[in-house]
Design a protein around this ligand. Sequence first.
Ligand SMILES: Nc1ncnc2c1ncn2[C@@H]1O[C@H](COP(=O)(O)OP(=O)(O)OP(=O)(O)O)[C@@H](O)[C@H]1O
Ligand SMILES: [Mg+2]
Length: 331
Amino acid sequence: MSQLTQQRAHEIIQSMGERKIVILGDVMLDEFVWGDVTRISPEAPVPVVDIRRESIHLGGAANVLANAVALGAQTCVIGVVGNDVAGERLRKRLEAASPLQKDEYLIVDGERPSTTKTRIIAHSQLVVRADRELRTPVNGSVEERIIASLKQTVQDADALVVSDYDKGVVTPHILEEILSLAYERMPVLIDPKIRNFPHYHPASLITPNHHEALRMTNLDEDSDEGLHRAARLIRERLRCDAVLITRGDRGIMLVEGDGDPVFVGTTAREVYDVTGAGDTVIATLATALSAGATMLEAATLANHAAGVVVGKVGTATIGSAELLATFAFDS
Ligand SMILES: Nc1ncnc2c1ncn2[C@@H]1O[C@H](COP(=O)(O)OP(=O)(O)OP(=O)(O)O)[C@@H](O)[C@H]1O
Ligand SMILES: [Mg+2]
């Protein structure tokens, strides 16, 4: 049974369009190279791919932006790119995707490449993935520019999202400078990685997947009880308002305050591509919370949104009408 009637889902989804979401995080470019294999290379026992076409997608924190935009939110992302072609492609795509995205929000760091994941696909099958990235934390002057952009953009924002992929953009210093400031005025949501774990404070909601939640707490039991224990420990350490653990095909678990956990099963009908599901979850949570949803309402919407996105090939976003349609038969 759903925790949300169609009427209430409609109310929340309608208000999403007037909200502004600021995202801080590791932006990435997903490159896809599509082709056919008809022979094995004479140089080594590897397939030779005849390239037919190429496409690019926004990844990481940039995919959080794409998901928030698809839901109708006003949004921008603050992050870092290298002085390279991939960085320029990211900048153009982001500015085309969202009118709020400004040039200076993507800071060029000449010491690193733009994080790029290149996938070569032949006959619908992934042949190889090649990554360009440097995971060292950004240097002091880049940090200061990130902080300045954040301070300016959160002034009139309705939610702040930290999309940490451990590629060096999210540092303890930036978190310290910005989280308290934002938390006083708006929901602060964190999609975490292990390295910065002690520094995600203060926050409204932290959304690790089950593996991350267990690693953060040195636990290993991936059961309802085990994850509840992990969520309690995370809350104790970070003193955040709520913890939402995503559990892949088992949906999500939400723990608010000292309350009992709420388990919401996945609504996915078909599963093709689960990459980016976490981005859909945090983007939907942020837009829903900023639109006045309760934590449980936002979690239910996010679970519905992720359930649709994992059934899509290629595009990893869901529009507001499509999200609303998932509630059509529930009330
Ligand atoms: N195999 C699946 N079957 C059904 N639903 C799924 C599946 N994988 C993911 N989902 C949905 O997507 C949500 C988020 O997925 P998951 O727990 O894999 O996040 P994640 O590991 O952070 O993903 P990401 O790769 O984007 O970081 C789940 O809570 C669920 O609603
Ligand atoms: Mg994730």
